[in-house]
Design a protein around this ligand. Sequence first.
Ligand SMILES: Nc1ncnc2c1ncn2[C@@H]1O[C@H](COP(=O)(O)OP(=O)(O)O)[C@@H](O)[C@H]1O
Ligand SMILES: [Mg+2]
Length: 387
Amino acid sequence: MFFRLMYHVVLPLYVGFILLSTISLGKDLNHVLLIIAGVTFIGSILIEPKFPRYLALFSTLQVTLLVFLHWFSQLNWCYSLYIILLSKLLFQHTLKVMKATFLGFVVITLYTMIRLSYTPSHLSSFFAIASDFLTSLAVVLIIQYIVEMEQQKNRLKEEKLRDEMRFENEKMKLLGELAAGLAHEIRNPLAIIQGFLQHSKTRSFNIEPWYELIYGEVERMNSLTVEFLQFAKPNPSAFDLIQVHHCLEKVRLLTETKSIHLGHRMIYTEFNENLFCRMDLDKMLQVLVNMINNALEAMDNKGTVTVKLSKDTQDAVIEIQDTGRGIHDKDLQDIFHPFFTTKTNGTGLGLSICQKIVQDHGGTIQVKSKLQQGTTFTIRLPLGDVA
Ligand SMILES: Nc1ncnc2c1ncn2[C@@H]1O[C@H](COP(=O)(O)OP(=O)(O)O)[C@@H](O)[C@H]1O
Ligand SMILES: [Mg+2]
């Protein structure tokens, strides 16, 4: 927008001004050649965007035409045109500082040579030339600064875009794996239900006694799809700085009823109220509720789930400890895999989703377990600055 205004409006206006002032002052060497140089110069600027492949050719042509325009007009005011054209060249051809300064030097030397051809050389013109050179040097440096800032901004933008793409790719890969597994998991209950329906249709078989079983299978497919749908990647821009204590208070409310219903006890200890993490609150609630539900489900007799919040150097540490049946050593490496479950009505999606969400928050989950004594899951989340 600014560039178009500068090169397609201000520049042609300035050329028009030079033409008019030269003619009205009667200083020019040749009217016709002056106008031809001016008009071709404007023309080349205006049509250049249509031929992006010939940028270098247009740049050379424009410098040459400007030199002619200056030569025929014999006006020092042309200096501004040199500066505008120089800025255009610097923006179009991203150059290193040395090359840019050299280009500035060449353009201003051309200007000086023409200028010297029509001005008598004495001390004041020498000073004027020195001043022009210094001005052009300042212009070159300012433009280089802007160009470099622009490049840096673009690089950062590109990096961010690349990160987002990688993020998206990983998500799609995992979603793909999950979807394949999901299809596999749903096929079995579907085949069972289909069998019953076929039986009942072709042989008038009474499936009423099997209603519970069929219902159970439908329920299972339902929980599979519900958990699968919850697997949406947390959006980093939706992360807020949240007091971990506040998050755990919510978890307490969400899990209280189930714990009372199963006759278990829940204890929340060592709540440090000064810990803040960047998180997607809904997703983190999903993680903690999921893990507490696992803990509650792992205790056959009346048991206790202890939730502890503490700080360890740069992390907030949340421990969820139960007094349940524990996990076999051979199962420990599988519990985070999608569809691994030891429960009859389990989906095996809970922990894999929890792990993904915690990883997306830059955190980790660890597990320690002893058979018949209990399990402890430890979630570490990087602390956010409370600035
Ligand atoms: N606190 C726990 N105590 C004992 N076993 C657990 C605990 N949490 C998870 N597990 C084991 O990990 C498996 C996978 O858990 P999860 O992914 O949440 O799926 P689901 O709960 O549907 O089985 C469970 O089936 C169980 O065997
Ligand atoms: Mg679970």
